[in-house]
Design a protein around this ligand. Sequence first.
Ligand code: GSH
Length: 205
Amino acid sequence: MQLYYSSTSPYVRKVLMVAIEKGLDQEIETVPAPTFTADSPIWQTNPLGKVPALTTREGSVLCNSPLICEYLDSLSDDVPLIPRNGEARWQSQNAHALADGIMDASILRTMERRLRPEKLQWSGLHDQQRMKIDKALNFFEQALSSGDFGKNFAIGEIALVCALAYLDFRYGDEDWRTGHPGLAQWFETTSRRPSVTKTAPPKNL
Ligand SMILES: N[C@@H](CCC(=O)N[C@@H](CS)C(=O)NCC(=O)O)C(=O)O
């Protein structure tokens, strides 16, 4: 399998962590795929030009990280990361969607900051997306303390680690830990897992 990737993408990191947790990482070749250049190989795989994209065992291409994670999880019943049915499945996928939403809001901010000329920067976008991120963090803080989240290391937990690490990576000065002590503790403990340490984004990018 081939994973079209960027070393700083939290969505790609989520897929890599799923692959490691499932013991599939040796089967995956990573293909660097810049997303804003016309000659990037990403255009041959994903018409939307986004990473991650995966060439599967069957030779087809899958786009969008939730779908790719579901495909990898389906390859074996060992270490199921997405509960197969029932309420556990919906709650796990809901956590996954909310953690992805933190990434979406953060990436939107990063795009605004990097791509829009300085004179045209709109601070309202940053405020609005920060508010969404904060509300989602409050949701996870509460879910953690009620025991609805964090008991296993499944898809929602994997996605949240990637989202929190991305906040540290791009917005370290904003300190998401303040007001979220349970999450901060959970993140510190969880970050010791090999799937987290092996996929850390490069420094100084
Ligand atoms: N919903 C997608 C989001 C993927 C995404 O936005 N990836 C970013 C990199 S972090 C990208 O490729 N951006 C390039 C673009 O938007 O053209 C997923 O979960 O895979």
